[in-house]
Design a binder for this molecule. Structure first.
Ligand code: CA
Length: 228
C-alpha cells in the first residue's frame, strides 16, 4: 500500500480552503488546513507535510513570510496561490522558496495536477541516487546523493527545485539549455507559459552561488559557465 502523503493547505478564505481540501482528499491525500500565517508555520512544525498549498494574502503574516520560515527549517515543495497576477509578487514568492504558483481563480483539476507534479519531483529527489558521484567544477561541488552544494567550501542552501535545476545545468556544462527545455525537464511542464518560473529560480541560484556561475543567453536560455 502506498504511504499516505500529507498536504498542508494555507488559506483564510474558507470556501476556497474547503474546496481545495476536499479535492486533495478525493485524490487520496491527508489534508490539514491552516487559516493564517502563524498557525501555518506551527502546523508545518508539528506535523511536517509532504507539500504545501499556500495563499499569499493571509492574516497574521503573509504567505511569503510563511514560505521563508518553513523553508528555513526544512525544504518542502510549495505551490503558491495568488489573487493578483502581479509579476513582482510571483517573483518574490519564487525567490523565497516556492516551487510553483497559480493565479486565482484556478480549476481544482489543475491544482490537483500541480500538487501531484510537485510530489513526483520531490520523490524523485529523495529516491536513492543511482549515481552518488560528486560533480566538481572548479570551486563548485554538487553532491547528488546528499543533495548538497558547496561553492568555495561554503554550503549553499538550495530549495529542491533549485537543486534539480542546477543538476540539470551541470549535466551539460557550457551548453545553452533553452528555458522551455528546462521547464519540461525540471518542472515537467510542456507549457512554455511558465518560463518566468525558470528565470526566477535562476535568480535564486545566482544569489546563493554567485552571479558568475550561470550565463544568460538572451532569448534562448541558460548555461552553466564552469572551468573544464
Ligand atoms: Ca487569502
Amino acid at each position: 500500500m502506498e504511504i499516505e502523503r500529507r498536504v498542508l493547505v494555507v488559506e483564510d478564505e474558507r470556501t476556497i480552503a474547503e474546496a481545495v481540501a476536499a479535492r486533495l482528499r478525493a485524490e487520496g491525500f491527508a489534508v490539514e488546513v491552516a487559516g493564517d500565517g502563524p498557525s501555518a508555520v506551527e502546523a508545518a512544525r508539528r506535523n511536517p507535510p509532504d507539500a504545501i498549498v499556500l495563499d499569499v494574502m493571509l492574516p497574521g503574516f503573509d504567505g511569503l513570510e510563511v514560505c521563508r520560515r518553513i523553508q528555513a527549517e526544512r525544504p518542502v515543495p510549495i505551490l503558491m496561490l495568488t489573487a493578483r497576477d502581479d509579476e513582482t509578487d510571483l517573483l518574490v514568492g519564487l525567490a523565497v522558496g516556492a516551487d510553483d504558483y497559480m493565479v486565482k481563480p484556478f480549476s481544482m483539476r489543475e491544482l490537483a495536477a500541480r500538487v501531484h507534479a510537485l510530489l513526483r519531483r520531490a520523490q524523485k529527489g529523495q529516491a536513492p541516487a543511482r549515481d552518488d558521484k560528486i560533480l566538481r567544477f572548479g570551486d563548485l561541488e554538487i553532491n547528488q546523493s546528499e543533495r548538497r552544494v558547496q561553492r568555495a567550501g561554503v554550503e549553499a542552501h538550495l530549495t529542491p527545485t533549485e537543486f534539480d535545476l542546477l543538476v540539470h545545468l551541470a549535466a551539460h556544462p557550457r551548453t545553452v539549455l533553452p528555458r522551455e527545455r528546462l521547464l519540461a525537464d525540471v518542472w515537467g511542464w510542456a507549457d512554455a507559459s511558465g518560463t518566468r518560473t525558470v528565470d526566477s529560480h535562476i535568480k535564486g541560484l545566482r544569489r546563493k552561488l554567485g552571479s558568475d556561475l550561470i550565463r544568460t543567453v538572451h532569448g534562448v536560455g541558460y548555461a552553466l559557465e564552469v572551468e573544464k
